[in-house]
Write a protein that binds this ligand. Structure first.
Ligand code: HEC
Ligand code: HEC
Ligand code: HEC
Ligand code: HEC
Ligand code: HEC
Length: 211
C-alpha cells in the first residue's frame, strides 16, 4: 500500500519534470505552434536591428514595409532594398575605417556578408538567388481575415499593434492577436468611421474577420 503510494508520487514527479522540461525546450527553440504568441522573439538568420535602422537612423517603416499601405501584407523587404545602402556600407567598425584610410584590405562584416551571399554571386546582379529565410513572428490562424490596408489608411500607427519596434534590437510580438484584442479596438470610436452605428457594428460582425 505504502509502496504503491510512493510509486504513484514518483510517476507524478517524473511526469511533472518531463512536462516542464519540454516547456523549457520549446520556449528556447524556434518551434512555433498556432495560438497566442505574445512575447515571441525568435532569433533571425541575419542580426538585423530595428533599433539601429528604424530608431537611430530613423529609416521610415514604409521604406522597407511598403506593402502595408495597399495590401494585406506589410511584407519583409527583399535584399535589393538592403543593397540600396549595403552595396556601400559593408563594415562600420572603427578598425575598418582605419584600415580603409591606410589603404588596407577591408573586411566585410559577417552579418552584412550574409546579404551578399543571398545573391549567390560576388557580382551584385540584384537577383536574389537564395533569399534570407526570416522567421515569421506574427501569425494569425488561416480562418481569420486581416489586412493592413484598411488599418493604415485609417491612420492607425504600426506601434499601436506592434509596440515600439524602433527600440527593438530583435522584434518581439507584444500583443496576443486574440479575437478579444481585435474586438477591443473595433468597439472603440474611430474618426475614420464617422462613428456611425452601422459601420461600428459591421466591424464586430463575424463575417468581417471570418470568411
Ligand atoms: C531597413 C528596413 C526596415 C525598416 C526601416 C523597418 N523594418 Fe521591420 N523588418 C525588416 C526586416 C528585414 C524584418 C525581418 C527580420 C526581423 O524580424 O527583424 C522586419 C520585421 C518586422 C516585423 C515582424 C514581422 C513578422 O515576422 O511578424 C514587424 C512587426 C516590423 N518589422 C515592423 C516595423 C516597424 C513598425 C518599423 C518602423 C518603426 C519597421 N519595421 C522598420 C526591415 C525593416
Ligand atoms: C491593426 C493592427 C496592426 C497595425 C496597425 C499594423 N499591423 Fe502589422 N500585423 C498585424 C497583424 C495582426 C499581423 C499578422 C498578420 C497575419 O498573420 O496574417 C501583422 C503582420 C505584420 C508583418 C509580418 C508580415 C506580414 O505582412 O504579414 C509585418 C512586417 C508588419 N505587420 C509590419 C507592420 C508595419 C510596418 C505597420 C505600420 C505601417 C503595421 N504592421 C501596422 C497587425 C497590425
Ligand atoms: C538607408 C540605408 C540602409 C538600409 C536600407 C539598410 N541598412 Fe543596414 N545598416 C546601414 C548602416 C549605415 C549601418 C551601419 C550603422 C553603424 O554600424 O553605425 C547598417 C548596419 C547593418 C548591420 C550591422 C552591421 C554589422 O557589422 O553587423 C546589419 C546586419 C544590417 N545593417 C543589415 C541590413 C539588412 C538585412 C537590411 C535590409 C533589410 C538593411 N541593413 C538595410 C544602413 C542601411
Ligand atoms: C488599434 C485598433 C484596431 C485593432 C487592434 C484591430 N483593428 Fe481592424 N480595424 C480598425 C479600424 C478603425 C477599422 C476601420 C477602418 C476604416 O474603414 O476606416 C478596421 C477595419 C478592419 C477590417 C476591414 C473591415 C471592413 O469592412 O472594411 C478588418 C477585416 C479588420 N479590421 C480585421 C481586424 C483583425 C482580424 C484584427 C485583429 C487581428 C484587427 N482588425 C485589429 C481598428 C483596429
Ligand atoms: C475583429 C475581428 C474578429 C471578429 C469581428 C470576430 N472574430 Fe472570431 N476570431 C478573431 C481572431 C483574430 C481569432 C483567432 C484568435 C486566436 O488565434 O487566439 C478568432 C477566433 C475565433 C474562433 C476560434 C476559437 C477561439 O476563440 O480562438 C471562433 C469560433 C470565432 N472566432 C468565432 C467568431 C464569431 C462567432 C464571431 C461573431 C460573433 C467572431 N468570431 C467575430 C477575430 C474576429
Amino acid at each position: 500500500m505504502k509502496d504503491k503510494l510512493i510509486n504513484n508520487q514518483l510517476k507524478l514527479i517524473t511526469t511533472f519534470v518531463v512536462i516542464v522540461g519540454i516547456g523549457i525546450i520549446i520556449k528556447n527553440s524556434n518551434i512555433h505552434f498556432p495560438g497566442n504568441f505574445e512575447g515571441y522573439e525568435p532569433k533571425q538568420p541575419i542580426a538585423f536591428s530595428h533599433q539601429l535602422h528604424a530608431g537611430e537612423m530613423t529609416i521610415p517603416c514604409m521604406y522597407c514595409h511598403f506593402g502595408a499601405e495597399d495590401s494585406k501584407h506589410a511584407g519583409i523587404p527583399p535584399a535589393n532594398v538592403c543593397m540600396n545602402c549595403h552595396e556601400f556600407v559593408n563594415n562600420n567598425t572603427n578598425e575598418n575605417k582605419i584600415a580603409e584610410k591606410l589603404g588596407r584590405k577591408v573586411e566585410v562584416s559577417p552579418e552584412i556578408n550574409k546579404i551578399y551571399e543571398s545573391f549567390g554571386t560576388s557580382e551584385k546582379n540584384y537577383e536574389d538567388k537564395s533569399p534570407t529565410e526570416w522567421v515569421k513572428i506574427h501569425n494569425l490562424p488561416d480562418f481569420v481575415f486581416f489586412s493592413h490596408k484598411p488599418h493604415i489608411n485609417a491612420g492607425i500607427d504600426c506601434e499601436k499593434c506592434h509596440g515600439d519596434v524602433a527600440s527593438m534590437t530583435r522584434v518581439k510580438q507584444v500583443n496576443d492577436l486574440s479575437m478579444g484584442w481585435c474586438l477591443d479596438c473595433h468597439r472603440q470610436d474611430h474618426e475614420s468611421l464617422n462613428n456611425t452605428k452601422e459601420r461600428k457594428s459591421q466591424l464586430q460582425d463575424c463575417a468581417t474577420c471570418h470568411y
